[in-house]
Design a protein around this ligand. Structure first.
Ligand code: NDP
Ligand code: HSE
Length: 430
């Protein structure tokens, strides 16, 4: 009788995601063996505090605070502890020891992706991270495999579940941002440091990873322009609703050229207005959605749960079983090509449309002043509305640097008392 292989699996982290991975590995062991031809033996779970109470009951004998010793004994390491260190060192240790690695850690992948990939390539092991972008949604594997014969031009979507949950709760349930954030935290959507979510760092890290897979280029996360949702107010939401629009935190990554004609990538994350009829407006709660535009395939949309313990664990287990199948059947690891040289475009060189909300002392006078100012800047106004002591206007698409100069001068107009908010609008056509 054929002796089936045992793969010793080390799990680093037993939080929202890790505890669900452990549950799935332990309860579906026989089924997984049938699916991948190897027995996935969970040999240990590294945590900070082995005595801490946990939502999911885990076999106490599997818990350890000695992650390095656990990694040394593993054929496959799953890293879901988050953060840069000790995750980076442990993954490098695993790779050097010949273990395949599955991680959901976008912060690490965005900051140290090239180093981790180089190490995996040198060691001939598989490094996989489907769960790092958009939780349960299979989007990295389609970019890496199904679309590798096409030319992806643009990736755009909602890639952060917690901020989508917060904005959606402000729009549809009238919740305040802190109320919605508390629920997002209870649902396990937020990063250990929630600033990463609400200030857009998490989405920017995912944008950098998407650029690697979609455009075959290395893009540092800090080359992704980033604005979070902390300045979005209830008044912004009310105005959007009046105008049949919705505010979403978008990540947009597109191939373009610099002013000198060199190939470039324009990558940015910011809260933006979209029409209520746009498909992304129907992405509610912790869901994510990503549009991929490819030269030949046209437009594809990926939709599903963007965060959550069990949802993310699903994507992790997909990577784990794929790695196990390769260990059983043989074959080279799949490594994303990163040969393309694309210059990161500065935000000021991108084209945007602005919605500006102003507090004014005399609305009629301000509208006249704004008309003159916008004409002087050669930026047309597509919409202007007065509401008591407020005026809101939306500009046509123009270079961001010009929009910034225009707003700076609006602030100086005689009857403008304050610039209340500036939001980019993706509702205005190019
Ligand atoms: P949690 O904060 O809920 O869990 C982290 C786990 O790692 C805890 O069990 C913690 O131990 C352990 N840990 C942290 N630091 C160390 C350390 N130095 N040594 C040993 N163990 C350590 O995080 P999540 O489960 O939410 O997220 C894990 C990873 O998955 C992150 O990279 C995150 O970005 C990513 N991710 C999360 C998603 C989500 O919806 N939550 C979705 C997609 C990706 P202890 O329990 O003892 O504190
Ligand atoms: N904090 C992340 C989010 C988890 O809210 O999208 C999933 O990556």
């Amino acid at each position: 009788m054929k002796q089936e292989r045992t793969i010793r699996v080390a799990l680093l982290g037993a939080g929202s995601v890790g505890s669900q991975i452990a549950r799935m590995l332990l309860t579906q062991r026989a089924e997984y063996q049938a699916r991948c031809g190897a027995d996935l033996e969970l040999i240990g779970i590294a945590v900070r505090d082995v005595a801490a109470p946990r939502d999911v009951e885990l076999p106490q004998q599997l818990l350890t605070a000695d992650a390095a010793q656990l990694v040394a004994a593993a054929d496959l390491v799953i890293e879901v502890m988050g953060g840069i260190e000790p995750a980076r060192t442990l993954i490098l240790q695993a790779i050097a020891g010949g273990a395949d690695v599955v991680t959901a850690n976008k912060a690490l992948l965005a900051a140290h992706g090239p180093e981790l990939h180089a190490a995996a390539r040198a060691a001939g092991v598989q490094l996989s991270y489907e769960a790092a972008v958009a939780g349960a949604i299979p989007v990295l594997r389609p970019l890496l495999s199904s679309l590798v014969g096409d030319n992806v031009q643009r990736v755009m979507g909602i890639v952060n579940g917690s901020t989508n949950y917060i904005l959606d709760s402000m729009h549809r349930a009238g919740k305040t941002a802190p109320e919605a954030m508390q629920i997002a935290s209870e649902l396990g959507y937020l990063e250990a440091d929630p600033t990463l979510d609400v200030e857009g760092y998490d989405a920017a890290q995912k944008a950098a990873i998407l650029a690697r897979l979609a455009f075959h280029t290395e893009l540092p996360a800090d080359a992704v322009y980033r604005e979070g949702i902390t300045k979005v107010s209830a008044a912004d939401v009310a105005l959007a609703q009046e105008n049949e629009q919705v505010i979403k935190l978008l990540a947009i990554i597109e191939k373009t050229v610099t002013a000198a004609g060199e190939p470039a990538v324009a990558a940015r994350v910011y809260p933006a207005l979209i029409p209520a009829s746009h498909p992304l407006a129907a992405v509610h709660g912790g869901k994510n959605a990503i549009f991929v535009e490819a030269e030949n395939a046209g437009e594809l949309m990926f939709y599903g749960a963007g965060a959550g313990g069990a949802e993310t664990a699903s994507a992790v287990l997909g990577d784990v079983l794929s790695a196990a199948r390769r260990m059983v059947g043989g074959g080279a690891p799949v490594d994303p090509p990163t040969h393309a040289v694309l210059h990161p475009l500065q935000m000021t060189d991108m084209t945007t449309s602005y919605q500006v909300r102003l507090a004014v002392s005399d609305a009629v006078a301000v509208v006249s002043e704004l008309t003159t100012l916008c004409a002087a800047h050669q930026i047309a106004v597509v919409h202007v509305a007065e509401r008591g002591s407020e005026v809101a206007l939306t500009t046509v698409r123009a270079l961001e640097v010009k929009q910034q100069r225009l707003v700076a001068e609006m602030a100086e107009l005689p009857h403008v008392t304050e610039v209340l908010s500036v939001l980019r609008s993706e509702a205005v056509a190019a």
